[in-house]
Design a protein around this ligand. Structure first.
Ligand code: ADP
Ligand code: ASP
Ligand code: MG
Length: 410
């Protein structure tokens, strides 16, 4: 007997039949004698549809009103699931994020959770009720409704698991676990039995959409065992924990990828001390997330600086740079859109030099030009042409033998 937090994503609650099915999985856990808190997302593509409607009205919607709009999606699901649980003879109650005590920073669209006032949930659990909480939403100090960023219901679930000191957090989704790469694109992708927090954090940050990066951060910081599993199939999932049990001797454990990347190059920057700091401080102050940075000297005693950003941020980045042109001391800006980032991840890389070299060799043999590179102890990221993204992932997946660990390099 313990306390379990279960989270069901959009596809798992896509229609009323699926919601009734989810109710059976919740009841199974409760009938084992566990206290159960359930976090749900909006049904199916509801969030996308709501965004679409707003975009039909305006190209630049107010962020506050978007939060007001998008949080309605989750509210539909909590009530329907709770009705299904009650109909099956169980005591259950639904709460919006703010009713559940989810306090966030004052940022619309991408707020961080600051604190969870768990008293109400704990009381309901003591009364023997199943508690159903809306994912992805919270409230700031001023009582304004906020959202946690797309995919943020995972974070609601793990943060609740941490605050309630749950024994486990199960993330139910439309795949049977965390795979070596996105199985929707690469059919040879293979389910992993376990992944370490650090590996999962890299994979999630580098584009593997199966888990929200902040959810993994919470799980790591509060040592919450996280299981990713299917809401439809009865297979054991993938456990994300401190030290992944090595099922096989793979150095590379997974490949993540992300399209819609743009490279921005500032030509002719002066070599004055502190100029880099001025440029990146200016971008950071305007909430522009810069990823890979490359600096190169020119013969003319100036510097060229390239960095990658998400393509959605291009317009704002150029505006910010142009506005501060005098202070930033560059000659001209050049942008290259239509790029993608492909990354290999694995804890084993720390003690195995030559993995990056192998990755570049695979890219060269596949005829793919690498435009930018960045490495950390457990990952190598490359920026390439977006059109070659899937081809690159396939080639790397084969070369590092991720589909067939029996042949793995030791
Ligand atoms: P949910 O609605 O349940 O939150 P998501 O669509 O957010 O589901 O996440 C599940 C999807 O993540 C899968 O359908 C899959 O296409 C994608 N995905 C990306 N990378 C991976 C990976 N390495 N392993 C499993 N799924 C992945
Ligand atoms: N409904 C939100 C989204 O589609 C949150 C989530 O599903 O996690 O992004
Ligand atoms: Mg998700």
């Amino acid at each position: 007997m313990g306390l379990i937090v279960q989270k069901f994503g959009g596809t798992s609650v896509g229609d009323v039949t699926k919601i009734k099915h989810v109710a059976t999985r919740v009841i199974e856990e409760a009938e084992k004698g566990n206290d159960v808190v359930v976090v749900v997302s909006a049904m199916g593509k509801t969030t996308d549809k709501l965004v679409g409607m707003a975009n039909e009205i305006t190209a630049s919607p107010s962020k506050r009103e978007m939060d007001m709009l998008l949080t309605t999606g989750e509210q539909v699901t909590i009530s329907l699931l709770t009705l299904a649980l009650i109909e099956e003879g169980h005591q259950a109650v639904s709460y919006t994020g703010w009713q559940a005590g989810m306090q966030t920073e004052s940022v619309h669209g991408n707020a961080r959770i600051l604190h969870i006032e768990t008293e109400k949930i704990e009381q309901r659990l003591q009364e023997g009720k199943i508690v159903v909480v809306a994912g992805f939403q919270g409230m700031d100090e001023a009582g304004e409704i906020t959202t946690l960023g797309r995919g943020g219901s995972d974070t609601t679930a793990v943060a609740l698991a941490a605050a309630l000191k749950a024994d486990r957090c199960d993330i139910y989704t439309d795949v049977t676990g965390v795979f070596t790469t996105d199985p929707r694109y690469i059919k040879e992708a293979r389910k992993l039995l376990s992944v370490s927090y650090d590996e999962m954090l890299e994979l999630a940050n580098l584009g593997a959409g199966v888990l929200h990066p902040r959810a993994v951060e919470f799980a790591k910081n509060y040592h919450i065992p996280l299981v990713v599993r299917s809401s439809m199939e009865r297979e054991s999932g993938t456990i994300i924990e401190e030290e992944a049990t090595m099922e096989e001797n793979l150095i590379v454990r997974g490949i993540a990828f992300e399209d819609r990347i743009t490279r921005v190059t500032l030509h002719g920057i002066s070599r004055s001390l502190g100029i880099l700091s001025t440029i990146f401080t200016t971008l950071a102050k305007n909430h522009i997330n810069v990823d890979i940075i490359i600096q190169s000297m020119t013969a003319e005693q100036t510097t060229n600086l390239s960095f990658s950003i998400k393509s959605d941020d291009v317009e704002e980045t150029i505006q910010v740079l142009e506005k501060n042109r005098a202070e930033l001391e560059f000659e001209r800006i050049e942008t290259e859109e239509g790029l993608a980032k492909v990354s290999i991840v694995g804890s084993g890389m720390v003690s195995n030099p030559g993995v990056a070299a192998e990755m570049f060799e695979v890219m060269a043999n596949t005829g793919i030009q690498v435009r930018m590179v960045s490495t950390s102890e457990i990952k190598v990221s490359t920026v390439i042409n977006e059109k070659e993204m899937v081809k690159a992932v396939e080639a790397l997946h084969t070369a590092f033998r991720l589909g067939n660990p029996a042949e793995a390099r030791v």
